[in-house]
Design a binder for this molecule. Structure first.
Ligand SMILES: *Cc1c(COP(=O)(O)O)cnc(C)c1O
Length: 376
């Protein structure tokens, strides 16, 4: 039996995604490769439909975090190069090779494991050397880059497709952070130069994330790895106005119940909110299990046909309540926007600010039970 779709849904505007890709393209010029991070289900937007649209809009590479994420794209028939940003476990190297996911290598041991796996599936696997220039997560020390490059070149199963680093504060506009990023880029340039001086082709040289794309032209190299910009948000509020972007995701629901409550009545768990006057209360079937952060309880407004109204009381797992005010009630089953590109409502960055987090965490957190609808 086909079920009607749930009223709480995420609308993904693919035309906005494409407009953001054009904006990134203007920023990086026509020649460079453009890798877009589609890890975490394309930051919550849906990996397969988003990847398909990205490749059609001019992305040349995709990036995932895990083997499963890479497998999902390959199973959907996506043949484009896929970078895998987190290392595969020893149990995952065979799948990595079979799916031709381009791993980031930190040491010769990883390289040997992947080469053996590639041999078992009869492939020469493209890999990237990761140089840790100050992120402190994965990668080899800059002084070790040449040795790692040599190790890769000696292994029969591997091909050196690229050399990369990752910037930890490229989105920050403070002078101290800007100079830290410049230091990272100098250290990276030194490592790349040493690889070349050893007679090894480093492959595609890449460093820039969204912050680098906006603030550090010298980080653009041969390829950029854009993430949040593609989804319509800046990596940091301080960069406001730096690029013309359109938020891609909209979260909406409908009012499931409208009721009159009296002054003094309590709403929701913990009796955190008490009606200061007789009023109309709407119940909306969206809660923290859908990704609406519980810590936003009572801090946030929902937008309907007649403007914005405060959400009141604790946000529950599956539902929450909105104070419509004492006058006319809103229509039951009328649409409300939780966030979206709608200029009258908040977008995920506004919501993130209120919740003390970043837009990444908001869109990634929209859970699996919220259906995604793709529109153009
Ligand atoms: C996620 C990620 C990116 C993209 O980051 P944004 O800040 O979203 O642009 C780029 N490179 C690496 C290694 C990543 O993990």
């Amino acid at each position: 039996m086909a079920f009607p779709m749930r009223v709480t849904r995420a609308i993904v505007h693919l035309d906005s995604l494409e407009a953001n890709i054009r904006a990134i393209r203007r920023q990086i010029g026509p020649e460079r490769r453009l890798c877009v991070a589609v890890k975490a289900d394309a930051y919550g937007h849906g990996a397969v439909p988003v990847s398909t649209a990205l490749l059609a809009a001019g992305a040349t590479h995709l990036a995932v975090a895990t083997v499963d994420e890479g497998a999902e794209l390959r199973n959907a028939g996506i043949g484009a190069p896929i970078l895998m940003l987190s290392p595969p476990s020893p149990e995952e190297v065979d799948a990595t090779a079979a799916l031709e996911l381009e791993a980031f290598l930190s040491d010769p041991e990883e390289a040997a494991g992947l080469s053996a796996a590639a041999g078992r599936v009869g492939k020469r696997l493209p890999v990237h050397i990761k140089v840790d220039t100050g992120m402190g997560r994965v990668g080899c020390a800059p002084e070790g880059a040449v040795d790692l490059a040599r190790a890769v070149c000696r292994l029969p199963g591997l091909r050196l497709a690229g050399t990369a680093t990752h910037l930890s504060v490229a989105d920050s506009a403070t002078p101290d952070d800007r100079s830290y990023t410049e230091g990272q880029l100098r250290s990276f340039a030194g490592a790349v130069e040493a690889i070349r001086a050893a007679g090894i082709d480093p492959g595609l040289v890449h460093a820039a994330n969204s912050g680098g794309i906006i603030q550090h032209p010298e980080s653009l190299c041969d390829m950029v790895r854009a993430g949040i910009l593609a989804y319509g948000y800046l990596p940091d509020d301080a960069l406001e106005g730096a690029m013309d972007l359109v938020p891609v995701m909209e979260l909406e629901s409908r009012i499931s119940l409208v009721k009159r409550v009296r002054a003094g009545d309590y709403i929701s768990y913990g009796r955190m909110w008490r009606a200061p006057r007789d009023t109309w209360i709407a119940t909306v079937p969206v809660g923290y299990a859908d990704g609406l952060p519980r810590r936003l309880s009572g801090q946030y407004r929902f937008v309907g046909e007649r403007g914005a109204r405060p959400q009141v009381g604790r946000i529950c797992m599956d539902q929450c309540m909105v104070d419509l005010g004492p006058e006319e009630p809103w229509e039951r089953w009328g649409r409300v926007a939780i966030f979206g590109p709608d200029p009258r409502g908040q977008n995920a960055a506004d919501l993130a600010r209120l919740a003390g987090t970043i837009p990444y965490e908001i869109t990634c957190g929209i859970s699996k039970r919220v259906p995604r609808i793709y529109v153009r």
